[in-house]
Structures are given as structure tokens and as C-alpha cells.
Design a protein around this ligand. Structure first.
Ligand code: ADP
Length: 226
């Protein structure tokens, strides 16, 4: 489903952020990408979202070369990829319900779908009772669960969670990871980047370890080894 074929990225100023990176991700997998700060994790995520272009090599999503997609088709591609970030990125002036409804409107979904799917997806992340709360009235963990609900409501093929627990305490971290696991069990592929050793060791899923732009390990049931 995702295939990095000998991808290198050199930023202006000669920083080699990725060097000859190759790996593939099958549909339904849950993979974590770990590495010290500066290892290239964010660059890798940006490539998948077509926000950065490789200097050499190619990135494929469902057999399509992401960087050959014409600009007017990029949004169709991005709709197949749900995203969750460390800083939640919710709209502060909209309730949990409205944040998710907004993402559905942007994807051209009908009013009928919105009425039925928003409560359903909020139940899935255990926030059925907080639909009318604004982000400022929710804990960090709850905000992140709204962001996850938003990421999955349009049924993407993959969810990319970039340091989703970076701002959370251990209890909320655990809950967010459980929800990502649940979504994976329901069939969505997950790509997680994290620094959190506890998260990796409890997941018992595939781990790709990066160091200075290179993949240095790729373990099925990996542990955090840095
Ligand atoms: P990580 O997410 O693992 O911390 P990054 O992908 O952000 O790693 O960074 C990898 C390397 O690329 C670092 O050396 C970083 O300084 C450099 N880098 C990242 N983004 C840019 C940019 N826009 N311009 C120049 N250098 C960058």
C-alpha cells in the first residue's frame, strides 16, 4: 500500500534528511517509526502527504507515484490519508461535533451522513458525551481523541499519527494508543511516529528505526532500541 523506493532528501543547505530509504507497508499493518530528533521522521511523513518531494527515489501510495499526481488531484489522494499531529490542530471556536462535521463537509459528504457518522465516530473514541464541548473544555487526551475521530470519519485507507502522544501524560497516552489499535483492528492501516519507548514496547507491532536519515532496523514485533 505504501512503498518508499530508495528515497533520498537533501534540503537546501545540504542536510541529507533521508538517505536511500526503502520499505513497504502492507494494507492493515500497524507500523511505528522511531528515531532521535533529526532522524528524518517528519520528512518521511511530509513525503507521504506530498508536502515535500524526494531529491531522488519515489514514494508510492496504492501503486501511484505520489509526486507525479497532478496538483488538482492531490486533495483526492490526501483524502485517503487521515492525519493526527502532536498539537491536535482542532478548530478552537467549534465543538467536538462541529470539528468533525467540518472535515466531512470539506470532503463533500451529505448532511445525512454527517448526522449519522459524527456521533458514531465520537462513540468510537469514547467521547459520545462530549460532543458539544469546545476544545478548550477538553483535556489533551480528549482533544487528541477528537482529532483521531476527525482523521477516520471519511474512512481513509491509512492514518498517519505523527507524535500523537507527544503532549500527553501516561494515562492519556495509553488511551490514545488503545484507540489507534482499535482502529487498526477495524482494518485501517496505521503509521505512527513516536519517541515513546513505553508505547513501542507495549504495542508489539512492527518498528522501523531511523538514524540520521537511514533505516537502521526494521523489526516485526519490535522493541524500542535507541
Ligand atoms: P525528525 O522528525 O526525525 O526529528 P526531520 O525530518 O524533521 O527529523 O529532520 C531531518 C533532518 O532534516 C534534520 O537534520 C533537520 O534539521 C533537517 N530538516 C528538516 N526540515 C528541513 C527544512 N525544511 N530545511 C532544511 N533542513 C531541514
Amino acid at each position: 500500500m505504501i512503498y518508499f523506493d530508495r528515497v533520498s532528501k537533501v534540503y537546501a543547505g545540504d542536510t541529507a534528511a533521508l538517505q536511500d530509504v526503502s520499505f513497504s507497508v502492507e494494507a492493515g499493518e500497524f507500523i511505528s517509526i522511531v528515531g532521535h530528533s533529526g532522524a528524518g521522521k517528519t520528512t518521511l511523513v511530509k513525503m507521504l502527504l506530498a508536502q515535500e518531494k524526494p531529491t531522488s527515489g519515489a514514494v508510492f501510495f496504492e501503486s501511484i507515484n505520489i509526486h507525479e499526481v497532478p496538483p488538482k488531484r492531490i486533495n483526492d489522494l490526501r483524502r485517503k490519508i487521515g492525519t493526527v499531529f502532536q498539537d491536535f490542530r482542532l478548530l478552537p471556536g467549534r465543538t467536538a461535533y462541529e470539528n468533525i462535521a467540518f472535515a466531512m463537509e470539506a470532503a463533500g459528504r451529505s448532511e445525512e451522513d454527517i448526522h449519522s457518522d459524527v456521533p458514531h465516530v465520537l462513540e468510537l473514541v469514547d467521547l459520545g458525551n462530549k460532543m458539544s464541548n469546545f476544545p478548550g473544555e477538553l483535556s489533551g487526551g480528549e482533544q487528541q481523541r477528537v482529532a483521531i475521530a476527525r482523521a477516520i470519519v471519511n474512512q481513509p485507507d491509512v492514518v498517519i499519527a505523527d507524535e500523537p502522544t507527544g503532549n500527553l501524560d501516561p494515562v492519556n497516552t495509553f488511551e490514545v494508543v488503545q484507540i489507534l489499535k482499535k482502529i487498526n483492528d477495524l482494518g485501517t492501516t496505521i503509521v505512527l511516529t513516536t519517541h515513546n519507548k513505553g508505547v513501542i514496547d507495549s504495542l508489539k507491532k512492527r518498528v522501523i528505526t531511523m538514524d540520521r536519515g537511514k533505516v537502521i532496523r526494521d523489526d516485526r514485533e519490535g522493541k524500542y532500541i535507541l
